[in-house]
Design a protein around this ligand. Structure first.
Ligand code: B1M
Length: 215
């Protein structure tokens, strides 16, 4: 297979044997983000389709996810970063009940490589832990990730809880993950929230949102 297809196939097959060699070969001619977006994320998309249609079982999805994580870790040092620092602090978490963290961790990499401090709380985080981390770190914004359809309702409850605690207006909230849509976040959720809630379709939009919030 040509190199780009081989990389895609490695994610689908969860095949780490020779993965870093292939990545190094790709890095000789292409940027890390291009490899990530064009090949690795395409592979993950196929995994999602195969799993969704019952053609792939969960343990294999897990292997694909592990392969993806290794690939991202290998590419990370090659990603663009700025010397800027201290642009602001983002508390980032995957919401309660949800274990998906590859997208969240990409947001962490992109945003922290571009001058922000990211406090990444990990997966399955209740809103109480998020609020606690925001206070402890004097954060400027909250980022919540979730891929399950039920996570969209958790996010809605979390916004209500921020308002109940009286801190909704204090921290702009950024939401991301495959089950969300811009309309759901910026119309439906925004309507009931006292502060600002925005949708980021990918990690780069997450970075632009941070830039606009901190401007
Ligand atoms: Co799961 N899973 N999974 N899974 N999984 C999905 C989400 C699913 C759509 C697959 C499918 O059916 N086609 C489906 C959800 C269906 C639904 O809710 N209606 C699903 C399911 C059902 C499940 C389980 C329930 C399966 C089971 O146990 N029977 C279970 C859930 C467990 C739980 O959470 N409680 C489960 C488990 C798993 C694994 C553990 C095996 C593994 C996750 C491993 C890990 O993350 N460490 C896994 C995987 C890998 C997937 C798919 C195949 C791929 C997700 C992924 O990593 N994509 C996924 C299929 C899909 O998404 N179509 C699927 C790559 C990643 C870069 O994309 O996270 O979307 P994504 O991030 C993007 C943007 O969304 C955005 O930026 C990123 C790109 O730059 N973004 C943000 C994300 N968060 C952001 C936050 C921001 C800003 C942007 O600011 C805060």
């Amino acid at each position: 297979l040509p190199l780009n297809e081989r990389l895609r196939q490695r994610i689908i097959d969860g095949d780490t044997n020779g993965l870093t060699d292939d990545l190094d070969e790709a890095l000789r001619t292409r940027g890390a983000l291009d490899i990530l977006n064009s090949d690795l994320l395409e592979g993950m998309k196929t995994v999602g389709e195969l799993f969704g249609s019952g053609q792939m079982q969960l343990p294999f999805v897990l292997q694909s996810a592990e392969t993806m994580k290794r690939a991202v870790a290998h590419l990370e040092p090659h990603m663009d970063s700025t010397d800027e620092a201290g642009k602001g602090t983002l508390v980032l978490a995957t919401v309660k009940g949800d274990v998906h963290d590859i997208g969240k961790n990409l947001v962490d990499i992109i945003v922290s490589n571009n001058g922000y401090t990211v406090v990444n709380l990990g997966i399955k985080q209740p809103i109480s832990a998020i609020v606690e981390a925001v206070k402890q770190n004097h954060a400027d914004a909250i980022g919540m990730s979730g891929l399950l359809v039920k996570s969209t309702m958790v996010m809605k409850d979390n916004l209500a809880e921020l308002d109940r605690l009286g801190v909704g207006k204090d921290f702009p909230v950024m939401l991301g993950g495959a089950a969300l849509t811009r309309t759901f976040v910026e119309d439906d959720l925004q309507r009931d929230f006292s502060g600002q809630v925005r949708y980021a379709k990918d990690a780069f939009e997450g970075l632009s949102l941070m830039d606009s919030v901190m401007a």
